[in-house]
Design a protein around this ligand. Structure first.
Ligand code: NAD
Ligand code: ZN
Length: 359
């Protein structure tokens, strides 16, 4: 089963479901028969767990190699990036080589950036292995980090295809499940009241999620992301709505130090913050106490900001890419499914921050 992502620069399929890695070979033979080499850039942990499954699914009669990189955010350094390029050059890869990204969002971002810059751009395929990557593997944002800021060096560069085999998710640790589901809930809030209701009614524990529901949530999330990206590939307008919950969320990640909390755990607190602002500044009618109670019951913690002073978070928010010179900009909701971008003054921000601290 596949969905098609249509952007201005490229259309490509997302194969999603258990076992879809089995469709890689046929697709590859049909669409990239002239490929000279397959360079797999893999999270070393993920490769240890699932590498054999990937290797068995590779198209036959193509030369291939694996370049393993450190798990998670360490993959997105200049050093790791350079190592990937050195490996590709030492192997004398040419412009017909194809990169496969195998891992979570961090590896997709790195491998996509490698592919986008090697010889001015070669093809790449996303094989995501986290729930969060339902978000990151679609839409074509690729990047590495600079000391001065996360994702500061990157491109818009769409993959040739995405093979999202949900069998890989079976080994995900609980906090990575939580991290990824935050983005699913975000997608529902900005675009799909029905999905939000379904989630609220049925999602009572992240441990007891059944495979069919998860698949449906991920498909719905991808559909929402795909629609927005098809309208605004390079984030000059509506794509900014995908940053719902991210201004405060990124500030939490930034001030606490990247890797201290997962992206999604920080974003969920950012979502509550943005929902509070939405109620303050527009007509959103959501029972925020109830919503907060629900996400807390799923294991998200408001206490991750306990040691982070508001002033530090505020300064981080002002540096956010969306912000104007001095006022942070926020995505807020007029209603579920109706986002808009507004500037918010410090008093409202302090109140929203206080709301979180009291929960
Ligand atoms: P990740 O790639 O860091 O993976 C998280 C952890 O899970 C790592 O330790 C990894 O080794 C482990 N892991 C991955 N797959 C596993 C599996 N199947 N079983 C067991 N362990 C597994 O992180 P992520 O949460 O997938 O993504 C976060 C990254 O994605 C960040 O760098 C963020 O900036 C980026 N991102 C990009 C976009 C985009 O549009 N490009 C969107 C959102 C996030
Ligand atoms: Zn995110």
């Amino acid at each position: 089963e596949s969905m098609i992502i249509e952007t201005q620069s490229k259309s490509y399929p997302v194969f999603i479901g258990k076992g879809v890695i089995g469709e890689l070979e046929e697709w590859f033979m049909k669409h990239l028969p002239q490929a000279s080499h397959i360079l797999i850039i893999a999270d070393e942990e993920v490769f240890g767990l699932h590498g054999e499954m990937l290797v068995n699914a590779l198209p036959k009669n193509f030369s291939w190699s694996v370049h393993k990189v450190p798990a998670g955010e360490k993959a997105k350094t200049f050093q790791t990036y350079e190592n990937c390029l050195s490996d590709a050059l030492e192997k004398e890869l040419d412009r017909k080589a194809v990169v496969i990204a195998f891992g979570g969002g961090a590896i997709g971002d790195l491998a996509g950036f490698v592919a986008s810059t090697f010889m001015r751009g070669i093809g790449f395929i996303q094989i995501p292995t986290t729930i969060l990557a339902h978000d990151s593997a679609v839409g074509g944002k690729v990047a590495i980090n600079h000391e001065k800021g996360k994702n500061m060096v990157g491109q818009f560069y769409q993959p040739e295809a995405v093979f999202y085999d949900l069998n890989f998710l079976s080994t995900l640790p609980r906090k990575e499940i939580r991290s990824g589901m935050a983005e699913v809930i975000k997608h529902a809030l900005i675009a799909d009241p029905k999905l939000l209701k379904e989630l609220k009614d049925n999602l009572t524990s992240l441990d007891k999620m059944d495979a069919i529901s998860l698949e449906n949530y991920l498909k719905a999330g991808i559909k929402i992301k795909a629609k927005i990206v098809s309208q605004d590939e390079r984030e000059t307008g509506v794509r900014a709505y995908l940053n719902f919950g991210h201004t405060y969320g990124h500030a939490i990640e930034n001030v606490s130090g990247y890797g201290t909390v997962t992206h999604g755990e920080a974003v969920m607190v950012g979502i509550i913050f943005a929902l509070y602002l939405s109620k303050e500044t527009s007509s959103l009618s959501i029972d925020l106490e109830q919503f907060t109670g629900w996400v807390r019951s799923l294991g998200y913690k408001m206490s991750i900001i306990d040691k982070l002073p508001f002033e530090d978070l505020y300064n981080a928010m002002k540096r956010d890419k969306k912000s104007s010179k001095s006022k942070p900009r926020f995505v807020v909701l007029e209603e579920i499914g109706q986002p808009k971008l507004i500037e918010v003054d410090i008093d409202h921000l302090r109140k929203a921050d206080q709301f979180i601290r009291n929960r």
